[in-house]
Design a protein around this ligand. Structure first.
Ligand code: ATP
Length: 263
């Protein structure tokens, strides 16, 4: 069962096919306990599909997803009890208030009712600046507010592994900063955070290691220094490395061709 030495999150040769489309094509990596691991890729590279397999929402065509060494397909309940997953479109209930939604999730996961739970709920609502929305239904929230209540609904349970799909997407700069600081603090206390993003500054600021996925395959994995060595790009920042590793047609050339065609 759980082995303290096993990685907090492990993808082993994950494959997902939709008909003739191979969305994820043999992805393998490990995230260690207490690290913030970044999963980077262009639009359509396979990030969401991989995260959804890791959290048990999607069944892999082949390969294995392990949380704390537990196979999420073979033993979904113990694996899911350890993790919190934030989808790129968070699953939040539009007909509940923020406070009711946090209670709903806490009940779902069997958290004892009482002052401790009430205090945690109040702290989360305050932290995410949602306390003043008390009484309003989530259906009336903005995208950023839904993102924040989604995140709060994971944190109320204190899972040891967080899988976050674009967690700062749609957040204003202050909220994005709050989320970044919070993730750093959680990781320092031992929570493992696997986050997907295409905002490279977020990854560069937060992640100890990153994996770069391109057309369903991992093309590089490691710390910034390791990626620089792998690509022979001394002094490069993450954006340079990302563009080098996921090279497509030169956009400048394509823009010129488009404008020539139009004139
Ligand atoms: P983005 O950054 O735009 O969210 P992503 O890296 O998360 O992209 P995915 O959503 O995982 O990418 O999609 C990977 C590929 O799989 C894409 O080509 C997408 O069109 C395809 N795909 C995803 N879901 C399905 C589906 N249900 N049916 C068919 N193809 C799908």
């Amino acid at each position: 069962m759980t082995d303290e030495r096993s990685p907090a999150v492990e993808a082993r040769q994950l494959v997902k096919r939709y008909g003739t489309v191979t969305a994820v094509d043999g992805v393998s990596f490990q995230a260690r306990r207490g690290e913030i691991f970044g999963f980077l890729g262009a639009n359509g590279a396979g990030k969401t599909t991989t995260l959804r397999m890791l959290c048990g929402l999607l069944r892999p065509t082949s390969g294995t997803a392990l949380i704390d060494g537990i196979d999420i397909v073979a033993q979904p309940l113990p694996a899911k009890a350890k993790l919190g997953y934030l989808d790129e479109e968070p699953f939040v209930h539009p007909h509940l208030t923020g406070r009711e939604f946090l209670d709903f999730v806490a009940d779902l996961y069997g958290m004892a009712r009482g002052p401790q739970r009430e205090e945690r709920k109040a702290r989360l609502l305050n932290l995410f600046d949602l306390a003043q929305k008390d009484g309003e239904l989530i259906g009336s929230y903005s995208h950023g507010m839904r993102q924040k209540i989604g995140l709060a609904s994971l944190l109320i349970r204190e899972p040891s592994v967080l899988l976050l799909d674009e967690p700062t997407n749609g957040l204003d700069p202050r909220s994005a900063r709050l989320v970044k600081d919070l993730l750093e603090e959680l990781a320092a206390r031992g929570t493992t955070v696997l986050l997907s993003t295409h905002i490279l500054e977020v990854a560069q600021a937060l992640c100890r290691r990153v994996a770069i996925i391109d057309r369903g395959r991992i093309v590089a994995i490691g710390s910034m220094d390791e990626l620089r060595v792998q690509t022979g790009s001394e002094g490069a920042n993450l954006e340079d490395l990302f563009l080098k590793l996921t090279a497509g047609p030169e956009s400048r050339e394509m823009i010129e061709r488009l404008l020539e065609g139009g004139s």
